[in-house]
Write a protein that binds this ligand. Structure first.
Ligand SMILES: C[S@@+](CC[C@H](N)C(=O)[O-])C[C@H]1O[C@@H](n2cnc3c(N)ncnc32)[C@H](O)[C@@H]1O
Length: 262
């Protein structure tokens, strides 16, 4: 496979987390160093590959569920590269803003999306929801007067301590006048996740992403989102929710209450 990043301005020997995920998810924008790193990661933490793939399946089901509820615009937090069955592939005519803080990832994402008028990639720290909302592309694509789907898949694990991890979701919710739908995942620190293996993977990951990965006790995500005013969707209302369960992670699909108009 040719090296997609062979002539890049940054050191291509440095693995990049978005390209590593792209490789694991069957995309095409990664180089030999990313692939070697993915293999090292899989050796340290064999379950991780399955978790990453299951997260993408969960995202698909969540987007489909939101589309079925009338959502036609999405903001994807910590998106990585928009390849391999990502949001705009599933969301059809809906508008999509992919948000990532890594400039190289956003540049590559922009290239991938250049012929997709209803999707854009923006560079922002998701801990700064105001920056996301103020961005020209967000203003072009997202209408704060309409329902929106916010995705936080495989990203809250990389955010610092509990209270701040959920802040991007509440920050965005408060800016919308209508229902804010949310789908999120969080690694859980219980079997089948092996803490020693996660420790090895966490040390390795710091070569590819600046913030450390953390697994949290089961129930954490539900508690964070519940306390923040998001209501979980009824279990039975989400088609195929029981298929391909996400190993070693908690998932949440629900919505924040609408602020009554006017
Ligand atoms: C694990 S990867 C991709 C996750 C992607 N949502 C998925 O499910 O495949 C996480 C991405 O989040 C980005 N990221 C990490 N912290 C971020 C932050 N605070 N703000 C924006 N992006 C962030 C990284 O650059 C990386 O591309």
């Amino acid at each position: 496979m040719p090296d997609a990043t062979a002539d890049r301005r940054t050191d291509p020997r440095q693995p990049n987390i978005a390209r590593v995920y792209d490789h694991i998810l069957g995309g095409s924008l990664h180089n030999a160093h990313d692939r070697t790193f993915a293999a090292d990661l899989a050796a340290a933490f064999p379950a991780l590959t399955g978790i990453i793939r299951a997260q993408r399946c969960f995202q698909r089901r969540a987007v489909e569920w939101m589309l079925g509820n009338g959502v036609d615009q999405f903001i994807d937090l910590g998106s990585g590269l928009p390849t391999a069955d990502h949001v705009h592939h599933v969301a059809g005519d809906a508008r999509v803003v992919y948000v990532d803080m890594d400039s190289e990832t956003v540049e590559d994402a922009g290239m991938i999306l250049h012929s997709v008028p209803d999707a854009a990639a923006i560079r922002a720290d998701i801990q700064q929801p105001g920056e996301i909302l103020a961005h020209t592309e967000t203003r072009r694509l997202i209408d704060t007067g309409r329902p929106v789907g916010i995705l936080a898949i495989g990203i809250l694990d990389f955010l610092p301590p509990p209270r701040t991890a959920i802040a991007p979701l509440t920050g965005l919710r408060n800016a919308f006048e209508r229902d804010v739908y949310v789908a999120a995942t969080l690694l859980t620190d219980q079997p089948p996740l092996d803490p020693d293996q996660l420790g090895l993977a966490a040390a390795l990951l710091l070569r590819a992403i600046a913030t450390p990965i953390t697994a949290r006790p089961p129930g954490t995500l539900r508690a964070w989102l519940g306390e923040s005013g998001f209501q979980e969707a009824e279990y039975g209302s989400i088609p195929e929710r029981q298929e391909e369960p996400l190993p070693a992670a908690e998932t949440f699909i629900g919505r924040g209450g609408a602020i009554p108009p006017g």
